[in-house]
Design a protein around this ligand. Structure first.
Ligand code: SAM
Length: 289
């Protein structure tokens, strides 16, 4: 166990051996607690039949535990300086492939097809916090053959992604994530599990991909525009926010008409509307052109 990458001793050794300096701009906070990694992998539901994708392997702390638990691992790392280190640390494992690419630019679908064939895949990662939302939205909207995503992210963002209506964390991000997945925060992780320690608290978010969206929406782009508009100013009523955002397209009377046809009281706040209510409101708009 002491020889595992995710320990303070081994991590310090590697930093020294390769004269590696952390890049804050790449969100480099490496995990140094093997038990936490095993826990993440357990929550992800990884078994010896699982094909796993990792984003940002760093020095291989999580990659190693995935190599042990999963069938095969495909990892995307943007920082070229880490490649020789990964080659060294992962040399005991023959079921890992590292790709030196930005996850937002890589042809993930093509890489997956090549490496895994038709296997269903789980994504497991300790994400770079500065681009958590772009990475997750990018993966979710690309229609990749994945069954779940389990990621360490900033706790505050994890709470927003998994939030229910009428809570302070609920907003357009909750609805965007939950349109594609069933979301749950499965564990919180102390700062001491990282090197260097991040400034924010961390949590693990588990996203189980839906086969179908939970609501029927005629025009997805408008649905998400409407949600954005409804949360425009959190303290204002739905009526106020919609009047402000849609003034050029709909009169006050038309907006009242649409809300009442959708059965939604304009004095409510955006944060009280469920996804089903947003869908019904959006579809009523769409039907009125
Ligand atoms: N998995 C390692 C661990 O847990 O110790 C490192 C996690 S660290 C929080 C995030 C990693 O993502 C870093 O290795 C960083 O270089 C990498 N990274 C940052 N932006 C990336 C991007 N756009 N595409 C791929 N990797 C990225």
């Amino acid at each position: 166990n002491e020889r595992h990458i995710a320990t303070p001793t081994r991590t310090k050794e590697l930093l020294k051996k390769y004269d590696f300096s952390f890049k804050k701009s790449l969100g480099q906070n490496f995990l140094i607690d093997t038990n936490i990694l095993r826990n993440i992998i357990h929550h992800a539901g990884v078994t010896e039949n699982t094909g796993a994708i990792e984003i940002g392997p760093g020095m291989g702390a999580l990659t190693e535990q995935l190599a042990i638990a999963a069938d095969k691992v495909l990892a995307f790392e943007i920082d070229q300086r880490l490649l020789p280190i990964l080659e060294d640390t992962l040399s005991p494992y023959d079921n890992v492939k590292v790709v030196n690419e930005d996850i937002l630019k890589a042809d993930v679908q093509q890489e997956m097809q090549q490496y895994f064939g038709d296997q269903k895949i789980k994504i497991v990662a300790n994400l770079p916090y500065y681009i958590t939302t772009p990475i997750l939205m990018n993966l979710l909207t690309r229609n990749l053959p994945i069954s779940s995503i389990t990621v360490m992210i900033q706790k505050e963002v994890a709470d927003r992604m998994a939030a229910a209506p009428n809570t302070k964390s609920y907003g357009s991000l909750s609805l965007a994530i939950q349109y594609y997945t069933e979301a749950a925060v499965v564990m919180t992780v102390p700062k001491t599990a990282f090197m260097p320690q991040p400034n924010v608290d961390s949590a693990v978010l588990h996203l189980e991909l839906r086969k179908e969206p939970p609501v029927h929406v005629e025009d997805e782009k408008f649905f998400f525009d409407l949600i954005q508009a409804s949360f425009g100013q959190r303290r204002k009523t739905l009526r106020n926010n919609l009047n402000r955002q849609f003034a050029s397209r709909f009169s006050k009377e038309e907006l009242e008409d649409i809300m009442s046809a959708a059965g939604i009281d304009g004095t409510r706040r955006g944060e009280s509307l469920t996804m089903a209510e947003f869908a019904s409101l959006a579809n009523t708009f769409t039907a009125r052109g």
